[in-house]
Design a protein around this ligand. Structure first.
Ligand code: ZN
Length: 326
């Protein structure tokens, strides 16, 4: 009889202890960044209908939410702001009493140790909903850079620990780095949305942040989902311009890009598990079609396995509870 020759892979899966011994990837609560939406007004805790469990908070209801995040041991939050009024240049983004600046001051006063990341863009603050200054239907690149620099400086002044420019204008990292340095904030790092695709997965976020463009789309500044080499070019230029972290957004449909960037650059990588990815899991779970906890854990583990160091996710609070259950 011919002898069968094969590898017994199941040896290393034979018991829980054995599986645990050879486990390659872990999800830790230290990896998580939790997004919070803040808005002007009083006594507001508005549920975002397409994102169950996510709310918009006014400053007077915000403390309870941040206290909970701190209590859970999530190390960082990222703030998105909804101003009372919008205008053509997005004044609310760079005003010292803008909603993000006020929320940052309030949070840092109450919880000096939590890392507050300020999303730096104009789209939530402009009446046209684009991420930069517009002329007719054109989004102007260089004219937007000055406003982004001003926004970053006002956020740093309010106490933001990290500046996270998301608007995909060319040169935005360079412009923000110069503005921060000139204002004496050379120690404030930049977490750049370096590789950001023009994705349909942002749908629910536009409800949450009230930031849908009023005309056209964002395809002249966000990337084509079909492109891989372009991701290298975007990451490279942000590194040259002085980025300290690289965000890849969205995450789930771009795990190959996370891996590519991981293999080619050494900066910490943040995967942005976006609103549409969250909404799909929530909806299926609410219908009883999938089991929420294992699907969320598997999804986020996949992002870490792909090479992400950190995950920006609306699931963060649930994930910490689940990690502590076992
Ligand atoms: Zn934007």
């Amino acid at each position: 009889m011919t002898e069968l020759n094969f590898r017994r892979h199941r040896r290393l899966r034979s018991s829980k202890a054995m599986r645990s011994m050879v486990k390659e990837t872990y999800l830790h609560k230290e990896d998580l960044i939790y997004p919070i939406f803040v808005m002007e007004g009083e006594n507001i805790k508005n549920p975002v209908s397409s994102m169950p469990g996510v709310f918009q908070f006014s400053l007077d209801t915000l403390n309870t939410e941040v206290d909970e995040v701190v209590e859970l041991g999530i190390p960082a939050i990222i703030l998105f702001g909804l101003p009372a009024e919008k205008d053509a240049v997005g004044t609310g983004a760079f005003h010292d009493h803008g909603i993000v600046q006020k929320a940052t001051r309030q949070i840092k006063e109450r919880h000096p140790d939590i890392i507050v990341i300020a999303d730096t863009c104009l789209c939530e603050f402009t009446d046209h909903g684009h991420c930069g200054v517009v002329e007719g239907e054109k989004v102007l690149n260089d004219a937007s850079l000055d406003l982004l620099g001003r926004t970053a400086v006002s956020q740093a002044k309010a106490g933001a620990d990290i500046i996270a420019p998301s608007n995909m204008m060319d040169g935005f990292v360079a412009a923000i780095r110069v503005a921060l340095d000139e204002a004496g904030f050379e120690d404030v790092p930049i977490m750049s949305y370096a590789v950001k695709y023009a994705s349909a997965y942002y749908g629910p976020f536009r409800e949450a942040a009230d930031g849908a463009p009023q005309f056209g789309d964002r395809k002249t500044y966000q990337m084509d989902p079909a492109n891989r080499m372009e991701a290298f070019r975007e990451a490279e230029s942000d590194i040259e311009e002085g980025a300290d972290f690289l965000i890849i957004k969205p995450a789930l449909s771009y795990l190959d890009i996370i891996r590519d960037v991981r293999n080619n650059y050494t900066l910490p990588i943040v995967a942005y598990n976006v609103s549409g990815e969250y909404a799909m899991i929530k909806a299926a779970a609410q219908n009883g079609w999938i089991e929420e906890k294992p699907v969320v854990m598997e999804t986020l583990l996949g992002m870490k396995r792909a090479g992400a160091d950190m995950i920006l996710t609306y699931h963060a609070k649930d994930v910490v509870r689940w990690l502590e259950e076992k």
